[in-house]
Design a protein around this ligand. Structure first.
Ligand SMILES: Nc1ncnc2c1ncn2[C@@H]1O[C@H](COP(=O)(O)OP(=O)(O)OP(=O)(O)O)[C@@H](O)[C@H]1O
Ligand SMILES: [Mg+2]
Length: 148
């Protein structure tokens, strides 16, 4: 499959932009053959990653930039959410289900992303920032791979 498409958006680290990121990626993903439930999964994954960038990466600072890139390659979507915030000291611990550095959080964001998407990869440098890469494959173009 040779079909390619690319989207890049940057926005301030404001909670109101979580919703913006969700619908932006969902609108972009709609060019692939996803079911409604798969589009919901993609929205959920984007929400978790963008919330993490704002809450943990930038610790609530409202005027830092979150970079969102979405790429379509054939029938696969790759999404990257990047912040230039504090980074993660212990990534293995952060990825563990139920681990949270916040007191009143569930520590399930990364677990949700894992269940919603086909792949998850986190690149982080303490003091420099974090990049969350995730992919999800869609059904074949024009096919009826999924019952709705
Ligand atoms: N972009 C980020 N920058 C810095 N630290 C992060 C970032 N994303 C995640 N983390 C760290 O990884 C931990 C686990 O993230 P995860 O999303 O799984 O749980 P949570 O955000 O703590 O809770 P929940 O997502 O359930 O509200 C966070 O508590 C935080 O310490
Ligand atoms: Mg989280």
């Amino acid at each position: 499959m040779d079909y390619h498409n690319f989207l890049r958006v940057e926005f301030y680290s404001l909670p109101v932009n979580v919703g913006l990121a969700r619908v932006t990626v969902a609108a972009f993903a709609a060019q692939l053959n996803y079911t409604v439930s798969e589009l919901d999964d993609i929205k959920g994954a984007v929400s978790e990653a963008v919330s993490n960038a704002i809450i943990h990466g930038y610790e609530g600072a409202p005027d830092r930039l979150v970079k969102l890139i979405a790429v379509v390659r054939g029938n696969e979507l790759e999404i990257s959410v990047e912040d230039g915030g504090k980074g993660i000291e212990n990534l293995e611990e952060a990825l563990r289900p139920g681990y949270s550095s916040g007191v009143e959080r569930l520590g399930l964001g990364f677990s949700f992303i894992r269940s919603f998407m086909d792949t998850l990869d986190v690149q982080t440098v303490p003091g420099r920032g974090t990049k969350v890469l995730m992919t999800k494959r869609a059904g074949p173009p024009g096919g009826h791979a999924h019952a709705n």
